[in-house]
Design a binder for this molecule. Structure first.
Ligand SMILES: *Cc1c(COP(=O)(O)O)cnc(C)c1O
Length: 366
């Protein structure tokens, strides 16, 4: 079976270097917030071209802390999408805020600016906008940024699927007030466990985030703000420093696999992902659409190809959230249609050319 994703393959590609980093870290005797986290934060900030990065426990916490650090809290409205990992909406609620769900553009699967504009008209008190660069495709940042600025709202980018993606030559994560990344093992940059990081150009916010991630401490044992415990650990940071050295190359390989799928699947009766004009997509997922999605998924499995649905049930239709989230005035029709039709094909940098051909043949056999 060709897996849909394979984090072990990435580990094996760098095994000697990662094992050496782990041994070095374990022998250091220092396990929380030390040289490895500082080294990773500096390297990741440099990768993005931003001055500050703050390592945290996971991507969900990165969003919670960014919201809190920007002063978004109890009862504040945050415009975001429902076609995303449920974590995006979980984080808004954990910060004490209220999600306002905005529909997606069906071509790019990212926040539809016209629907956001309608939401601002209906809810002028929206305090922050949280677009998601889903599947590695940049959201329409220029349009969203203009709307956020016009309404005095903060802009927080959910970059959990888009490490290194660019729009108009500018890396995603550098457009908003803060950028939040997950370092979950299957993400474009993944730890061998949980991890997350927040990047920002704002030195004061970075200082605030460093206090918030550790009990509100500005110095040891002195809490002058209310914080939590959400630290990236030294061991994962040591591993991430090795993996970061391969990120550009791995993103390029994802783009090459996507180009092969684009060529091989043209005319195969499924719709293929489109790239926004001016965007450098990093293909966290290669999501196709098919009217008989569930049938296609079953037939691919019979032919030895695993696939996955990102995401089968939008958050506003999940049992825990049904009927209690604010839905923007434009509705969520495209979100619900995408949930019925999308299917993510195998996509990870170590996927071989032969496996790509096998996937193409399996989809074409439909
Ligand atoms: C993975 C993901 C998250 C959450 O990250 P965790 O590290 O699992 O907490 C948030 N948003 C999006 C879009 C994601 O894909």
């Amino acid at each position: 079976m060709i897996p849909q994703t394979d984090p072990k393959a990435a580990y094996l590609e760098q095994q000697a270097e990662i094992d050496a980093a782990i041994a070095r870290q374990l022998a250091s005797g220092w396990y929380i917030l030390g040289k490895e986290v500082e080294g990773f934060e500096a390297a990741f900030a440099a990768f993005l071209g931003l001055p500050h990065a703050v390592g945290v426990a996971n991507g969900t916490d990165a969003l919670v802390l960014a919201l809190k650090g920007l002063g978004i809290g109890s009862g504040d409205k945050v415009a975001t999408v429902a076609h995303t990992a449920v974590a995006t909406v979980v984080a808004v609620e954990q910060a004490g805020a209220v999600p306002v769900l905005i529909d997606i553009d069906p071509v790019t699967y990212t926040m539809e600016p016209a629907a956001l504009e309608a939401a601002f008209t209906a809810h002028p008190d929206i305090k922050a906008v949280l677009p998601v660069h889903l599947y590695g495709q940049p959201a329409d940042l220029p349009a969203i940024q203009v709307l956020a600025q016009r309404h005095g709202a903060k802009l927080i980018e959910d970059c959990a699927q888009a490490h290194g993606a660019k729009l108009d030559g500018r890396t995603v994560g550098t457009w908003g007030d803060a950028a939040c990344f997950s370092l979950y093992p299957t993400k474009n940059l993944g730890a061998l466990g949980d991890g997350g990081v927040i990047a920002t150009g704002d030195a004061a916010l970075a200082g605030e985030l460093k206090a918030l991630r550790q009990y509100g401490w500005r110095e040891h044992y002195v809490s002058d703000i209310v914080g939590m415990n959400s630290r990236l650990d030294e061991l994962q940071a040591a591993i991430l420093r090795v993996k970061l050295t391969a990120l550009q190359r791995w993103n390029a390989r994802r783009r090459a696999i996507a180009a092969a799928y684009d060529a091989g699947l043209a005319g195969a009766g499924v719709s293929l992902p489109a790239v926004r004009r001016g965007a450098e997509h990093v293909y966290h997922q290669y999501a196709i659409r098919a009217a008989d999605r569930d049938g296609l998924k079953a037939r691919l499995r019979e032919r030895g190809v695993a696939s996955n649905i990102h995401y089968p049930v939008p958050v506003h239709l999940q049992a825990a959230y049904r009927d209690r989230l604010i839905i923007g005035p434009a509705g969520l029709a495209e979100t619900e249609r995408a949930a019925r039709e999308v299917l993510s094909l195998p996509m990870y940098p170590q996927l071989s050319d032969a496996a790509v051909e096998q996937v193409i043949a399996a989809v074409r056999a439909g």
